[in-house]
Design a protein around this ligand. Structure first.
Ligand code: HEC
Ligand code: HEC
Length: 322
């Protein structure tokens, strides 16, 4: 499954230094990144119900916030703020990741505390600073009289509208939110002219500098946890990026301090601001931070800029169902 040419390019040393096991790099025709799928199986009726729920502000305590309030579906599934504002204008502590392509991530949330989309969707509704419902029972009470929802639940799930129906339907909708056919995907599929020479160079640099040892696979990320500040202590920056202990708060394991899910870079050039606390406004600065703290080196600016051009080629079509 692993081709020698690619191994050489990546640099065995980089991989060893970062402690990333080779088996986590899935290679398809020698490449560590694979195109997004274009023919996923979706139950359209369930996804349609999920879409209605995703936009339904009644899922919040004072009917002001829906999932879409913090995940802008007309934009790129995220939001332009550093941290999200929930009910009663309360601010959270983390940046809202894009929901586009999120079904491809091996875990959900920055710290991976939810295993999948349906598990994830049960969180924000009863999170006191997001949608603020006191309990799921109260949500169901509120929606009990909605004949359209009850009818759909009955037809599609053979039951009344329950928490499980709601989260399953939302998850089905989110699965439709893919951004396929990016120039880079077309390039991977054999269209050599789909990306520019600078983007090709950027891709080679993305591999040779070792970005790909963490950001890889179909989603160019989203398939492993890594420490933020592997080679240089992240406390040495001035963006409060060391305050959040990340996965440690889920596992209480010392070695999980400041460990986060490696985010997908598919839409990185569209979804500023950056990192778990949204403290970094530009992609240039975000990549500089990666180079310093994850790779422990300096890189000529022209290489950094080529890498960013490559990241631009990862942006695909807006989802059809959105
Ligand atoms: C108040 C703003 C807000 C609302 C409302 C909200 N989210 Fe989020 N969402 C966030 C933030 C912030 C995170 C990251 C939190 C974290 O990692 O701890 C997140 C994370 C996610 C993720 C994880 C993506 C990934 O790649 O890890 C998904 C999926 C998601 N939200 C879907 C939803 C759904 C479905 C709803 C409605 C039921 C919803 N969100 C409501 C702000 C919000
Ligand atoms: C050792 C693993 C590792 C390496 C190597 C690495 N990254 Fe990251 N990257 C991460 C992690 C973990 C995060 C999330 C950090 C956080 O916000 O807490 C991240 C976040 C990012 C982000 C911000 C994404 C967002 O949506 O906020 C960008 C952009 C990025 N990386 C690009 C790169 C580039 C370009 C390289 C190579 C120069 C690189 N990374 C190398 C692990 C890595």
């Amino acid at each position: 499954m692993f081709q020698k040419g690619f191994l050489r390019q990546l640099g065995v040393l980089t991989v060893a230094v970062l402690g990333v096991t080779l088996s986590t790099v899935k290679a398809q025709s020698g490449e560590p990144i694979q195109p997004l799928p274009t023919n996923i199986k979706i139950n359209d009726s369930i996804a349609a119900l999920g879409k209605q729920l995703f936009f339904d502000k009644r899922l919040s305590v004072d009917d002001t916030i829906s999932c879409a309030s913090c995940h802008d579906i007309d934009g790129w599934g995220a939001e332009a703020k550093s941290v999200s504002e929930g009910v009663k204008k309360q601010l959270g502590e983390r940046n809202s990741p894009t929901v586009f392509n999120s079904g491809l991530n091996f875990k959900q949330f920055w710290d991976g505390r939810a295993d999948d989309l349906s598990h994830q969707a049960s969180g924000p509704v009863v999170n006191p600073i997001e949608m603020g419902m006191p309990s799921w029972d109260k949500v169901l009470e509120k929606l009990e009289g909605d004949q359209e929802y009850q009818k759909a639940a009955n037809q599609l799930f053979g039951s009344a509208l329950t928490k499980d129906v709601i989260v399953e339907a939302i998850a089905e909708y989110e699965k439709t939110l893919l951004t396929p056919n990016s120039p880079f995907d077309r390039y991977l599929k054999g269209d050599a002219g789909a990306i520019s020479d600078v983007q090709k160079k950027g891709y080679e640099l993305f591999k040779s500098y070792g970005c790909v040892s963490c950001h890889q696979g179909m989603n160019v990320g989203g398939n492993m946890f890594q420490k933020f500040g592997v080679l240089e202590d992240i406390a040495m920056n001035d963006r409060s990026l060391s305050n959040d202990l990340g996965r440690y708060m889920v596992t209480n394991n010392e070695w999980d301090k400041r460990v986060f899910k490696v985010p997908s870079l598919r839409l990185a050039t569209k979804t500023a601001p950056y990192f778990h606390n949204g403290s970094v406004p530009t992609i240039e600065e975000a990549v500089d931070i990666m180079i310093k703290f994850q790779l422990g080196r300096s890189v000529p600016q022209q290489d950094r800029d080529a890498i960013i051009k490559f990241l631009e080629s990862l942006v695909g079509e807006k989802p059809k169902g959105s």
